[in-house]
Design a protein around this ligand. Structure first.
Ligand code: NAD
Length: 340
């Protein structure tokens, strides 16, 4: 466990068990140089406890990079609650988790993530002030979509010479909370939409409401388009899939799109511009951070503009140094976090 912490440069790892509620939780605090660690709480079944800890550490590190480049006064953290085989009361589980967070005296602030909802955050918030994205604070997804949309325009400018999306073919993989809102914004900007989702109902909605062209899920990545926007699960870009992409750029919301760091170099050598996922999808983090400290929408929207600015700066570095934007983003984040 310590070697994993050392490799990720993790500051602290906290574990809690509460037999009464069935809580088994991990909180990984990666870096607090710029402020308290902020990051979502996953509620998932894991093959074993080691994988839950590894997941929390890896995700907390990603949150530090995301927060540093988003320019918010927070570090990166992540929590994982291991979904028990039998759960007597979901509310009691999240209340126990709230008590656990409170013991950390504000060093970690939680938010919704895979498997958790605003209702869960409300349970946590009964025991600690360090919970965001409660029912009152609202869902970050529309703000993530706004940031991704602005980032797609910056990407079109950098790769195609104009940020006008009128007539551009954009392939959106995954029409969930973020993907559908993004598709709506793209449609409003005049883009031609090619869409897929494992849920046929979501696709049907996009066809009816946005005039989107449905594409089979296993064919979307190889469909010719200008911009591919992965908005489903992570890991979609690997040596095999990248070899068959037929797009000028990849810019989407999904976390951890690259199966390994080397895939970024493969995209670069194929002439496909890659928008680093954690830069592009920082809108949700910006929203929860600013909303939690009481900022109103205009201030949040103004901060979202930094996403496309930062991306444009990264593209300029990448072009000058003939490196992948993903490598440049990691370098810039590490320079901010560690001063190296
Ligand atoms: P979601 O669960 O609401 O939607 C995901 C959608 O993708 C679902 O409709 C699912 O059916 C679909 N999908 C999954 N695999 C697919 C595949 N292979 N082909 C086609 N469709 C597929 O999730 P979300 O909140 O919209 O988040 C989407 C992605 O963005 C996730 O990777 C998430 O981690 C990331 N993200 C979300 C936020 C946020 O604010 N919600 C913030 C940052 C990053």
């Amino acid at each position: 466990m310590f070697s994993m912490m050392e490799a990720a440069r993790l500051e602290a790892l906290h574990l809690a068990e509460d037999p009464a509620s069935g809580l088994k939780a991990v909180i990984a605090i990666h870096n607090t140089r710029f402020g308290p660690a902020l990051g979502g709480c996953r509620y998932l079944a894991y093959a074993d406890e080691q994988s839950a800890i590894a997941d929390a550490i890896r995700l907390a590190q990603g949150m530090s990079y995301k927060a540093a480049l988003a320019g918010i006064d927070h570090g990166g953290g992540k929590a994982v609650i291991i979904r028990p085989a039998h759960l007597p009361s979901r509310a009691a589980l999240f209340e126990a988790f709230g008590r656990f967070i409170e013991t950390l005296n504000g060093r970690y602030i939680t938010a919704i993530d895979s498997g958790t909802s605003s209702a869960d955050m409300d349970c946590i918030a009964q025991y600690t002030n360090h919970a965001t994205s409660t029912t009152q604070e609202g869902d970050p997804s529309p703000h993530t979509a706004l940031g991704v949309f602005a980032g797609i325009r910056a990407t079109a400018q950098a790769r195609l010479g104009s940020d006008d999306l009128e007539g551009l073919r954009v392939a959106v993989q995954g029409l969930g909370n973020v993907g559908f809102a993004l598709a709506e914004a793209l449609h409003a900007a005049g883009a031609e939409l090619l869409v897929s989702d494992l849920d046929a109902g979501r696709v049907q909605l996009a066809v009816e409401q946005l005039g989107a062209h449905p594409i089979a899920s296993d064919a979307l990545l190889t469909t010719p388009c200008d911009i591919l926007a992965p908005c489903g699960l992570g890991g979609v870009l690997n040596a095999q899939t990248v070899a068959h992409l037929r797009c000028a750029a990849v810019a989407g919301a999904a976390n951890n799109q690259l199966a390994s760091p080397e895939v970024a170099d493969q995209l670069e050598s194929r002439g496909i511009l890659y928008a680093p996922d954690y830069v592009l999808n920082a809108g949700g983090l910006i929203y929860v951070a600013l909303r939690h400290r009481g900022e109103e929408l205009p201030a949040i929207t103004a901060h979202l503009v930094q996403i496309s600015r930062r991306l444009t700066e990264i593209y300029a570095h990448a072009q000058a140094e003939k490196r992948s934007p993903a490598r440049v983003a990691d370098y810039l984040a590490e320079r901010l976090l560690y001063g190296t």
